[in-house]
Design a protein around this ligand. Sequence first.
Ligand code: NAD
Ligand code: LMR
Length: 328
Amino acid sequence: MTTPVRVAVTGAAGAICYSMLFRIAAGEMLGKDTPIILQLIEIPQAMQALSGVVMELDDCAFPLLHGVEITDDANKGFKDANVAILVGGRPRGPGMLRSDLIQANGPIFTTQGKAINDNAADDIRVVVVGNPCNTNALIAMHNAPDVPRERFTAMTRLDENRAKTQLARKAGVLVSEVTNVGIWGNHSNTMFPSFEQIKIGGKAATDVITDREWLEGEFMKTVQLRGKAIIDARGASSAASAGNAAIDHIRDWSRPTPAGDWISMAVPSQGQYGIEEGLMYSFPVRCDGKGGYEIVEGLDLSDYAMEKIRATETELKEERDVVKDLLK
Ligand code: NAD
Ligand code: LMR
C-alpha cells in the first residue's frame, strides 16, 4: 500500500480550511491514488470548533483519508509532515491593507518556521496563505535554517486564477484557453499580472485583446483589488477561492508543468530579473513533478513591465524591513 502523505494545515478551524480540507481529503490535491493523513493545527481557543470539523471529515468517510490528528502544538502538528499549508492568522477587514496584518500575523511564522525546521519530513514543501503571505513565508523560511530555502513558497495562485477568468471573459473564450499567466511580486495591490506574455488560444493575449487601455487599466485593477472587492461584498475575505488556489498550488507543484506553460508561485528569488536574492517574490515557474521547480528565465520584459516589477519589489523590501527582528 502507498504510504500516506502527511499534510499539515494551520488555521484548520477557519473559513478557508472549511472548504479546503474536504477537497484535500477527497483527493483533489494529491490525486485519487494518494492516501493522506491530515495534521490539523489551531490555537487553543479554536480546538473545540476544530473537533467539529473533524467530526464532519469523519462523516464523509473519505477512502483516501487514513487519519486526522489535531493539536495546538506546532511541534506535534508538523511532525513528519510532507506538505504544510500555513493558513492560520487573522484576515483583514474592510478598510485594511494586507500589510496591516504584519504585526498580528508575522510572529506566528517564527514559531511555525522553527517547528517545521525541527519536526517536518526531509521532503517538506510549504505554502503560506496567511497574509501578508510573501513576508510571512519569508519569516518562516528564515526561522527554518535546516530546510532548503526553495521549499518555502507563498500563494499567488489566487491572483493567477483571477487574471485567467478576467481575460477569458474579455476574449469570449473558456479559461482553459488562457495560458502563461505570470503574477509578479507581492500578493498585494502592487502585484503585476504581466499580460505581455499571456497567451489566449496559443496567440499573444495582446493580439487577441487589442484594447491596451483595458489591459493596463481595468484588467490590472480588477486583479490587484479583487481581495478588497470580495471583502466589501461579502463582509469577509475570500475563502473558497483561496482554498481552491492553495489546492491548485500544491497540486501543480507536485506534477510536471505542461510544456510551454507556467504557473505563479512566490518563491525565494535567486536574483532573476534583477530581483534581490532571498526576497519572497512571485515569478512564473515551471515544476518538474518531483517537488522541484525553476523560475522561468529569459522572458522579454518591456520597460513598462520592468517598472511594475521593480515597484512590487520595493514594497516587498519595505515589508521585510518592518519584520527584520523576526528574521534570523
Ligand atoms: P479565519 O479567521 O476564518 O481563520 C483563521 C484561523 O487561523 C482561525 O481559526 C484561527 O484560530 C487560526 N489561527 C490563528 N493563529 C494561529 C496559529 N498561530 N496557529 C494555528 N492557527 C491559527 O481566516 P481565513 O479566512 O481562513 O483566512 C486566513 C488567512 O488567509 C488570513 O490571513 C487571510 O488574509 C489569508 N488569505 C490569503 C489569501 C491569499 O491569496 N494568499 C487569500 C485569502 C485569505
Ligand atoms: C485575497 O486576495 O482575497 C486575500 O488575500 C484576502 C484579502 O485580504 O484580500
